[in-house]
Design a protein around this ligand. Structure first.
Ligand SMILES: NC(=O)c1ccc[n+]([C@@H]2O[C@H](COP(=O)([O-])OP(=O)(O)OC[C@H]3O[C@@H](n4cnc5c(N)ncnc54)[C@H](OP(=O)(O)O)[C@@H]3O)[C@@H](O)[C@H]2O)c1
Length: 286
């Protein structure tokens, strides 16, 4: 079962290969979604300060059917916070909202505030180093076990690696069939930074793709299963989002192997149209 499988982070700690994404799950639905996911075998739960559901996710973690220490819980420092004091305060706020003593993973949500995402000459290098210092200190005192980043490109990663005592353990990035950021993944692997694939089902945009439906049919699986298996076979953590227990269960049934030829096809698949959701900076790239 994929839910029992883990990768190893740079410090040797295990991280589940499959996790539950919770973006767009309302706070009042999040606790039940987390409990359902844990029942289905999920052990990694991904939230963020920006999702507005840390209270519900924390409640779900605290009331789940397995003990806290068997779960890997992560949140993200809001993209707009680029100073040491703000970052430090926000980590404490997250712990307080979630009702938890520690987080397994805390990451910087984006190198730039969303209004400036990958857009323009200000890379917020200094601000990210300040937030990173707050994360390093939170780790030292046991509030956070692993520290990392999200949406960081090569130059953003080099800024942290070259100016801090500790490299990010993970980089959570947009990664799905139709969007395979090969160079960035290679860079992360070369620096022992584990890649976490967000939007592994392309935010739903690939669900009715006829070519993927045909390929999934040959394996006797669904398009979401094929997409999730793809990023895991690429060596990334997969973070599919759903609050639907049937989808959770299906997404954790990944006992098949995509052939080398099909992996090549999926890696080369052309860019996806996210429709109305293209307006989100993470999909428009700006
Ligand atoms: N770090 C970042 O900047 C960032 C950005 C985006 C996302 N993320 C993380 O990545 C997670 C996932 O990304 P995402 O929410 O964009 O999209 P996603 O997981 O790629 O796709 C979610 C969509 O797929 C559907 N779906 C999932 N499993 C299904 C199944 N078995 N059958 C049918 N439909 C299925 C969901 O519908 P239902 O809800 O109806 O099941 C939903 O519409 C987020 O929740 C978040 O944790 C991080």
């Amino acid at each position: 079962m994929i839910t029992n499988e883990t990768y190893q982070l740079a410090d040797g700690a295990p991280i589940p290969k499959l996790g539950l994404g919770t973006w767009l799950i309302d706070d009042d639905k999040a606790a039940q979604a987390v409990r359902d996911a844990v029942e289905c075998g999920y052990r990694l739960i991904d939230t963020a300060q920006a999702y507005g559901n840390e209270v519900g996710v924390g409640e779900g973690v605290r009331t789940a059917s397995v003990p806290r220490d068997q779960l890997f819980v992560g949140s993200k420092i809001a993209a707009e916070i680029k100073d040491y004091d703000g970052a430090k305060r926000s980590i404490d706020e997250t712990l307080s909202k979630m009702g938890l003593d520690y987080l397994d993973q805390m990451i910087i949500h984006s190198p730039e505030p969303w209004g400036h995402f990958h857009n323009g000459s200000n890379h917020y290098y200094q601000g990210n180093l300040e937030v990173w210092r707050a994360l390093e200190e939170a780790k030292e005192v046991g509030k956070v076990r692993e520290i990392g980043v999200s949406n960081f490109l090569e130059d953003d990663l080099e800024n942290i690696i070259g100016n801090s005592s500790e490299a990010p353990a993970v980089n959570q990035i947009l990664f799905h069939v139709g969007h395979t950021p090969r160079d960035l993944v290679t860079f992360c692997q070369a620096h022992n930074i584990l890649v976490e694939a967000y939007s592994p089902v392309a935010h739903g945009a690939l669900l009715h793709d006829s070519q993927l439906e045909a390929m999934a049919g040959r394996y006797g699986v669904s398009v979401p299963q094929l997409c999730i298996r793809y990023v895991i076979q690429c060596g990334a953590v997969a973070l599919p989002k759903t609050a639907n227990p049937e989808h959770m269960r299906a997404n954790a049934q990944l006992d098949f192997v995509i052939s080398g030829e099909d992996m090549d096809y999926l890696a080369g698949a052309s860019e996806v149209d996210y429709g109305a959701d293209s307006a989100f900076p993470v999909f428009s790239g700006r």
